[in-house]
Design a protein around this ligand. Sequence first.
Ligand code: ATP
Ligand code: NAG
Ligand code: NAG
Ligand code: NAG
Ligand code: NAG
Ligand code: MG
Length: 600
Amino acid sequence: MAIYLRRCQGPWLFHILLFYILLNKSRAINPDGEALLNFRNAIVSSDGILPLWRPEDPDPCNWRGVTCDQKTKRVIYVSLKNHKLSGPISPDIGKIEHLKILALYNNNFYGTIPSELGNCTELQGIYLQGNYLSGLIPGELGNLSELQYLDISSNSLSGSIPSSIGKLNKLITFNVSNNFLVGPIPSDGVLINFTESSFAGNRGLCGRQINMNCKDESGGPSTNSQSPQSAQNQGGKKKYSGRLFISASATIGALLLVALMCFWGCFLYKKFGKSESDGIAMDVSGGASIVMFHGDLPYSSKDIIKKLENLNEEHIIGCGGFGKVYKLAMDDGNVFALKRILRMNEGFDRFFERELEILGSIKHRYLVNLRGYCNSTTSKLLIYDFLAGGSLDEALHERSEQLDWDARLNIIMGAAKGLAYLHHDCSPRIIHRDIKSSNILLDANLEARVSDFGLAKLLEDEESHITTTVAGTFGYLAPEYMQSGRATEKTDVYSFGVLVLEVLSGKRPTDASFIEKGLNIVGWLNFLGTENRQRDIVDPNCEGVQIESLDALLSIATQCVSSSPEDRPTMHRVVQLLESEVMTPCPSDFYDSSGDNDTC
Ligand SMILES: Nc1ncnc2c1ncn2[C@@H]1O[C@H](COP(=O)(O)OP(=O)(O)OP(=O)(O)O)[C@@H](O)[C@H]1O
Ligand SMILES: *[C@@H]1O[C@H](CO)[C@@H](O)[C@H](O)[C@H]1NC(C)=O
Ligand SMILES: *[C@@H]1O[C@H](CO)[C@@H](O)[C@H](O)[C@H]1NC(C)=O
Ligand SMILES: *[C@@H]1O[C@H](CO)[C@@H](O)[C@H](O)[C@H]1NC(C)=O
Ligand SMILES: *[C@@H]1O[C@H](CO)[C@@H](O)[C@H](O)[C@H]1NC(C)=O
Ligand SMILES: [Mg+2]
């Protein structure tokens, strides 16, 4: 449990933001298909159904879960229940003009119900029950005059029921039970005829339907209580102090939800026992083979498989965009990290294996060693060296003890050398594509190693045959990469520059304090530059900052994140600069008799 909590404070935002952007270039799919692809791209994980939605199809009519009108080829039903879909519901769903039924129930959707659904005026049924949706019920749903079925029960919705819902004259089923709704149930309109079972499990609702008087002089107060404001205002008045408590508990509910979302990847499946948690034991039970590189694993396949069979959720040490990571301890005391990647596609096995072979052949002091993998019908289990220091992301953002200046410089140096090796000394050259702090791992001595090189490429190809997709994590992506989808060494250099800024500032590239100002970390650096106070970016909790090396590092980082790729140095050059400008003595240190001079 401690592990989940530790992860929880972690980069969940990145997991939400981790997405593949499909480019609109030369795609001939119809507008409904386009909207559905955008819907798909907002989803961060699924049971594997969505990769089967092929962008190169002319229309989405044969996609799983999608039904079209035979004649017009326009989408009329979208039915994706029980598919472990996790992520927000894209507002683009509102562009499917002729949608009649939207059934997304029993998934892990979070975020709000998009008000754009109000644009789908032909909707007859909305089934969103059994998700983690939060926020208000959009008043726009009241525009859906054809709506007969509306089930949004068992979510985390807050605020009050919009009065516009009362206008839905055709409503047959209505269910908002088990949410955090407050306020009076609209009494003028269809809702008057629904019974308690439609409203149960919301401790803040009142109205005739649930035999709960609304304590208000005017009787049926503010039936137009659509806005959060009105719910809050009511709570603010003295006589509604009871409700204040309830809206506070709704807030706590929302906070809990956020906490819950943090470990959706690892925890929800475990908690609710969905079948994926059969996990590794299942993977290897139906026959599996172990591939080892260079005798890197001094065990028999049988020994390894036996160990794998015993791995379960307790051994999870982290989870990322590709899947979960387990700790694999062998009997001789050696420990490995096992990354589980669910198999998505039949045809790519041979390609995948060839690429893994290449990745396995790359050995370097500053790279995480891939020792082998296990091949099963359901997944690939990649066996890496285990790094006891965890990820740089954790070290910077989740631990209470702070990295000091020398440790930070050393980590930047190691990451630069690892990346320079991939770019300049490997054959074929390797573009990492996903440089970020969670992919820089630390050993017990806080030496950095770059991990997950080549994986982004591999999985991108696995996911979709042809389209150019952008792999990588929001906040670290070079502008031209987001536009063209073409990764180069220089897009990695940009991400490395962002990483340096993250290490210097102790803040994630998309930290709320930047976003509030409409910036990211690079925008912030540029802003500070205009006022000639770049040094202010440095983490106030970092001890031992040396001004000379800070200035040199800022200058390197600034070059790395410059918007035109030609202005960025190569990683080779970055390593040279780091060695000559940052790690070498600064004149003032010679006159400083602190005994630290051996670093000079
Ligand atoms: N070899 C390893 N040794 C120790 N811990 C590891 C190892 N590999 C991964 N981890 C842990 O597991 C976590 C998840 O790793 P993973 O690579 O799956 O996700 P990520 O790096 O956050 O995102 P991405 O999927 O984009 O790489 C890491 O943050 C780290 O804490
Ligand atoms: C919904 O309709 C409004 C008004 O017609 C329009 O401005 C908006 O762009 C539409 N949204 C979507 C997602 O289609
Ligand atoms: C949809 O509903 C919103 C809010 O309830 C309203 O402001 C808007 O005018 C409605 N749009 C249409 C097209 O009815
Ligand atoms: C509620 O039910 C009563 C009795 O069945 C009916 O007369 C009335 O029209 C209904 N009200 C609404 C708003 O549907
Ligand atoms: C509403 O949903 C709950 C489950 O969330 C269910 O128990 C209840 O029977 C439903 N009520 C109606 C009227 O469908
Ligand atoms: Mg990683």
